[in-house]
Design a protein around this ligand. Structure first.
Ligand code: DLL
Length: 426
């Protein structure tokens, strides 16, 4: 088994990208009316693009454009030619709908197989897939990729914690596929069942769909005895498998640049920032038929890093989304920063929520976090005082810490809900 794209030279990659980019722009301009309208308004057309750098002159595609075109207005092929539709739940308003041609599904399966292989899965491995099956891209995306690679896939979906433990153990799964927060919940289920996950056949897990920190990675690797791989993607661009880490190097997901051209931009001004600098990720699909996206603003904040295992660039772990950023008493705060501080205390777990309320004009920040075992007296005081001190040192905010008993925080089967904002809306 070999993926020739891992051996691309930089020149070959850039030449391929330019060819594909020209075709992608022409396709979107010709068949995606909302994007053509944006180009016309901006006074640009596909012929204006002569180099990869020229892409910066083209308009962005935003989530709002997809919502406005609901349901099928962004499709660039006739709806009858779409073999699959996915949609993101859309916490507010209309869901975001994405369509796939047969060739798109084929490309996606191939990129998922590539991702799984890069992260250490091999043909013949048993993969326990607890990502949700349905409109969410996680379940089916991994499913098709696992089959393509030649793995035995167990299409478990989320829920039924005890059953998850039983099947992982009895079937001898080599790899697990689920969100990192759900992995933490399943680790607790292992404890409850009295099964040591380190003694099962598990070697690796592919974790994504939500931000997670290096602290969370260390926790998962230690508790499960596996290699924890970061896999990233979003439905608007394809689904999981836009980028994935390599098993040995880790160090941030490698972006499959032959299919997705990344940029990082200043989230405020939209101006490109140089590689290595923090910015918002922007993707242009290079091969999609049904729903190409040109300069799609992901809202995800990270840095583009030089290639390591291949010439394709990597992205640093996502620190958060620009729309997840909390402003507490005027201070910008991401849930991942709080998580990093929590997990520095071995007595605390990654099960936490941040609650914001307001007394008078002032915001109150409450961090509720589960302890590993039921803490008593002095230990609670010590962990609380330490966390207050670390949070204060990190962002200057005084937080109220509530350490709760194991199991007290609601578990999610998919993306964890980390923030409860009870402040009155402005
Ligand atoms: O979450 C696709 C996916 C499924 C990726 C399974 C990985 C594994 P959406 O529901 O459209 O698609 O949500 C996409 O989730 O813009 C990020 O904010 C976040 N996200 C996805 N992967 C990661 C990751 C799927 N590895 C949104 N680290 C993205 C941090 C992630 N955030």
């Amino acid at each position: 088994m070999h993926f020739p794209e891992f051996d691309f030279s930089l020149d070959a990659l850039r030449a391929l990208q330019l060819d594909r980019l020209k075709a992608a722009l022409a396709h979107a301009y010709a068949h995606q009316a909302p994007y053509r309208a944006k180009c016309v308004a901006a006074g640009v057309q596909p012929d204006d693009l002569r180099s990869l750098a020229d892409l910066r002159h083209f308009p962005f595609t935003e989530k709002a454009d997809l919502r406005e075109a609901y349901p099928f207005g962004m499709f660039a092929i006739p709806r009858e030619k779409c073999v699959r539709i996915h949609a993101s739940s859309g916490t507010t308003g209309r869901p975001t709908v994405v369509g796939y041609s047969a060739k798109d599904i084929d490309t996606w399966s191939e990129l998922m197989a590539r991702s799984l292989y890069a992260g250490g899965a091999r043909p013949g491995d048993i993969l326990h897939n607890a990502y949700g099956y349905g409109l969410f891209t996680g379940g089916l995306g991994f499913h098709y990729g696992a089959e393509r690679l030649g793995c035995t896939v167990v299409p478990m979906s989320g829920g039924f914690g005890e059953r998850q433990v039983q099947l992982i153990t009895d079937f001898g799964a080599h790899g697990v596929l689920m969100t990192p927060s759900y992995m933490m919940a399943i680790a607790d289920e292992f404890d409850r069942a009295g099964v040591d996950p380190r003694k099962t056949a598990l070697r690796f897990g592919f974790f994504g769909a939500e931000p997670w920190t290096e602290g969370m990675r260390a926790e998962i690797e230690q508790r499960l005895g596996i290699n924890a791989i970061d896999v990233y993607g979003l439905s608007e661009v394809m689904g999981p498998g836009v980028s994935c880490e390599f098993a040995d190097a880790k160090g941030g997901p490698t972006i499959w640049e032959d299919h997705f051209l990344p940029e990082a931009v200043d989230p405020e001004t939209g101006m490109p920032v140089p590689d290595g600098q923090p910015g918002e990720l922007v993707f242009t699909s290079l091969s999609k038929e049904a729903m190409p996206v040109i300069r799609y603003r992901t809202r995800d904040l990270t840095r583009l890093l030089p290639g390591e295992a291949t010439v394709m660039r990597r992205m640093a772990k996502i620190t958060g989304r620009s729309d997840d950023m909390l402003i507490v008493r005027g201070v910008n705060l991401f849930p991942s920063q709080v998580e990093e501080q929590i997990l520095r205390d071995p007595a605390l777990t990654g099960h936490y929520v941040i609650e914001l309320t307001r007394t008078g004009a002032l915001d109150d920040l409450v961090v509720r976090v589960e302890s590993r075992t039921s803490l008593v007296g002095d230990d609670i005081v010590r962990s609380t005082t330490e966390l207050v001190r670390r949070l204060k040192g990190m962002c200057g905010l005084s937080a109220m810490i509530e350490i709760v008993t194991p199991g007290a925080i609601e578990r999610s089967m998919g993306k964890a809900r980390r923030v409860i904002d009870r402040r009155p809306k402005a």
